[in-house]
Design a protein around this ligand. Structure first.
Ligand SMILES: NC(=O)c1ccc[n+]([C@@H]2O[C@H](COP(=O)([O-])OP(=O)(O)OC[C@H]3O[C@@H](n4cnc5c(N)ncnc54)[C@H](OP(=O)(O)O)[C@@H]3O)[C@@H](O)[C@H]2O)c1
Length: 337
């Protein structure tokens, strides 16, 4: 399979290369890497071989069958449709097309089947990193008990904002900037209670993405969902606390039976302080970890349940999910043209 990666030098792009390295679909001579003029001449390692990063060129990308794109939403808005029109499947990591009804928004293990209805190459949107990791357990709870309302609070790592913010946090914690002189929005030793722009109602765009994308993927257009996001001084991995109101009352055993039964994430019961579901446990790994399921204190059954979800935002929140989409396309090989 011939694959192009646009944004190959970025935090997501480099992680896509690691994901592809560990799978069999793509060999080095079938892989083309693209970025902006800033990265001209950069060489990236792939299975021990050096691959030169090229400046984006439509004609070169058109020679591939699948394009894994992570160059920001401005780039995607400008070029993704042109690339798809050339007969290339575009798996886009940006927010550019997620809300567009013409294009599927895919978490493969939950709604990968939607791709069957696309006979011709199209844009396939990868959901936002904070949305992806909560979707598989929410889908299971919807099918077992029905969802009434979802409230989620996030604690998101700096790598969610790209390579530059990873470097900034590293500099700040090395005290290259003295603690007292760090600004209001410094990443180190701080919690920033909004991600992306704020709207007139007081919601930030990251929260809006979580609401709109969850409704689209779960096909629950009126689901009552509220999100509150924060950036925390963690390098890799987003953590999320979910309060979910179900349509029926459940016991903790019934709840854990559903979560434990999934092959799409690992559910771990946590009654032991020595084992806690931190982002460090999932960093650089492709899986989702669900834990700390509980009802209200002292309750034996409840409609309101609570649990914790962690995943590496660059892995399952971006690169792993994109490469799983690529595998889906490969499995229905006739689609690749
Ligand atoms: N970070 C995450 O956890 C995450 C998760 C899900 C989705 N996303 C989305 O994925 C996208 C990339 O995020 P990132 O974190 O990887 O950002 P990043 O580290 O800043 O990387 C951006 C990449 O895009 C390339 N690029 C920028 N402008 C370009 C242009 N005009 N032509 C070609 N390449 C261009 C950059 O190339 P140069 O090296 O040449 O500048 C770089 O390779 C964003 O839309 C982001 O919202 C990120």
């Amino acid at each position: 399979m011939k694959v192009s990666v646009i944004g190959a030098t970025g935090a997501v792009g480099r992680t896509i290369l690691k994901e592809l390295e560990s799978r069999t679909e793509v060999s080095a001579d079938q892989l083309s890497l693209f970025a902006s003029a800033r990265s001209a001449g950069v060489e990236l390692d792939f299975r021990g071989q050096k691959i030169k990063v090229q400046i984006y060129d439509l004609g070169e990308v058109a020679k591939t069958q699948v394009c894994l794109m992570s160059a920001g939403s401005g780039f995607s808005k400008q070029y993704a449709e042109q690339i798809a029109a050339k007969g290339v499947w575009v798996v886009d990591n940006s927010s550019a097309w997620r809300r567009d009804d013409r294009y599927p928004l895919v978490v493969p293990e939950v709604n990968g089947a939607v791709l069957k209805s696309f006979a011709q190459p199209t844009i396939i949107a990868n959901p936002n990193c904070s949305t992806i990791q909560m979707i598989p357990p929410l889908a299971d709870l919807e099918s077992a008990f029905g969802l009434e309302r979802v409230s989620v609070a996030t604690y998101q790592s700096v790598s969610g904002a790209g390579q530059e913010k990873i470097d900034t946090l590293a500099k700040e914690v090395r005290a290259e900037a003295p603690y007292d002189s760090l600004g209001e929005h410094s990443l180190a030793f701080n919690v920033i209670p909004a991600i992306d722009t704020l709207d007139e109602q007081g919601h930030c765009y990251e929260e809006v993405k979580m609401v709109v994308e969850t409704r689209k993927i779960l096909k629950l257009p009126t689901l009552d969902i509220r999100a509150s996001v924060a950036r925390v001084p963690v390098f890799y991995g987003h953590s999320e606390n979910l309060f979910v109101d179900l349509k029926k009352s459940v016991s903790l055993i019934e709840l854990e039976e559903v979560l434990q039964g999934s092959s799409h994430y690992c559910y771990k019961r946590t009654k032991d302080y020595d084992w806690l579901p931190t982002p460090r446990r999932v960093q650089h790994q492709g899986g989702i970890l669900v834990s700390r399921a509980r009802l209200g204190w002292g309750e034996s059954t409840s409609k309101t349940v609570q649990f914790w979800v962690v995943a590496d935002n660059l892995r399952k929140g971006a690169a792993t999910n994109a490469v799983q989409v690529l595998q889906l396309l490969a499995n229905v090989g006739s689609n690749l043209g």
